[in-house]
Design a protein around this ligand. Structure first.
Ligand code: MN
Ligand code: MN
Length: 348
């Protein structure tokens, strides 16, 4: 059933791409001898391309491969996909009543939009969900090493943000001291290192151990359970790890500085009391060095992957745009960048 949906979904995508490239690739002599009719054909062709692109841009990234109800941050997004694909390729409306994924909450996070001010360097390009100390499901945890937003009800983080550059990479080994984060407020359940035992899921790092090797203390702080989420092992040890290594190689070999944001959304059930996310995403802003700031041409790597063992090893297959991650999560990434820099970076 799942495989069937993947095949159908991909063939739909492929068809629309072919239609676009045909319109764009009309031989130039056709245009030169253009009659009104030919021009019309060309324009209609291009217009339908644009339309297709806009529809796709408005849908969550999972549409590129396969969606199930665990992949959505909110019911509204599942409904948007059902409306866009009324054939219900992904089986989102099993009871056929026209409502997709009725058990997914209307809104995953009730974000408070009061701006939380902080001079933490790991929030330099913005606070994705305006996390702060007021909303327990969008609870800001700030450390010298990284920043994250945590959800009391899901018992797992929403996102993390951190620099990877020469200051953070050194010779310190992996501390492997998984432990509860004593820093959570009263009333929060404290996820434990044994929470995932026999669950089939890895204790996946959001901020990777390998990104914090300048000192044993830096490294140890990546093993707090607030930085850990239930991650499918083929994802953790496959494309997720390759992308982590690719990023560090840019620092080690080319002296680049990375501004990284990563997080989870969706719901595939529970491990202990911890919500298993349906999707994991990451964005890396690649800067030439510590001093340079992003501009319109700055390279950005954005991926969105299923939290699943049925996954390809090549992270490039999961590339998407920041815009689509913003649609899927409801966050505003890179909000501190000027709009004329933010817009081009986020759309490619
Ligand atoms: Mn990992
Ligand atoms: Mn943005």
């Amino acid at each position: 059933m799942g495989m069937y949906a993947v095949t159908v979904g991909q063939s739909v995508k492929r068809k629309s791409r072919v239609r676009c490239s045909m319109a764009a690739a009309l031989p130039s002599h056709w245009v030169r001898c253009s009659t009104a009719a030919l021009l019309t054909v060309l324009l209609v062709g291009l217009a339908s391309c644009d339309e297709q692109d806009n529809v796709t841009a408005a849908l969550p990234p999972c549409v590129d491969s396969y969606c199930d109800c665990g992949d959505f941050a909110s019911q509204d997004l599942a409904q948007l996909v059902l409306v866009s694909y009324p054939e219900d390729l992904y089986g989102l409306d099993r009871d056929g009543n026209g409502l997709a994924c009725e058990r997914v909450p209307d809104a995953d996070l009730s974000l408070d939009w009061a701006t939380y001010f902080s001079n933490n360097e790991h929030l330099a390009f913005g606070n994705l969900s305006n996390a702060g100390k007021d909303n327990p499901n969008n609870y800001l945890i700030e450390r010298e090493q990284y920043v994250l937003s945590y959800s009391r009800d899901r018992n797992v983080l929403n996102w993390a943000s951190w620099w990877v550059d020469k200051r953070w990479l050194g010779r310190s080994g992996r501390q492997d001291d998984f432990r509860v984060d004593g820093g959570l407020p009263k009333g929060f359940y404290q996820a434990t290192p044994t929470e995932y035992r026999r669950s089939g899921y890895d204790r996946g790092h959001m901020v990777p151990s390998g990104d914090r090797t300048a000192s044993p203390r830096d490294n140890s702080l990546t093993f707090l359970m607030t930085n850990i989420f239930p991650q499918a092992d083929e994802n953790n040890r496959g494309p997720w790890r390759s992308l982590e290594e690719y990023g560090r190689d840019l620092v080690y070999q080319q002296g680049k500085s990375l501004y990284v944001m990563a997080g989870v959304y969706g719901n595939k059930g529970k491990v202990g009391r911890v919500t298993v996310p349906g999707r994991v995403w990451k964005v890396m802003v690649v800067l030439d060095d510590l001093e340079s700031s992003p501009n319109r041409r700055t390279e950005v790597i954005a991926v969105d992957m299923p939290n699943s063992d049925r996954i390809e090893d090549n992270w490039q297959l999961y590339r998407t745009t920041v815009d689509r991650i913003e649609i899927a999560t409801g966050y505003d990434l890179l909000s501190e960048l000027p709009v004329d820099v933010q817009a081009p970076i986020e759309s490619r």
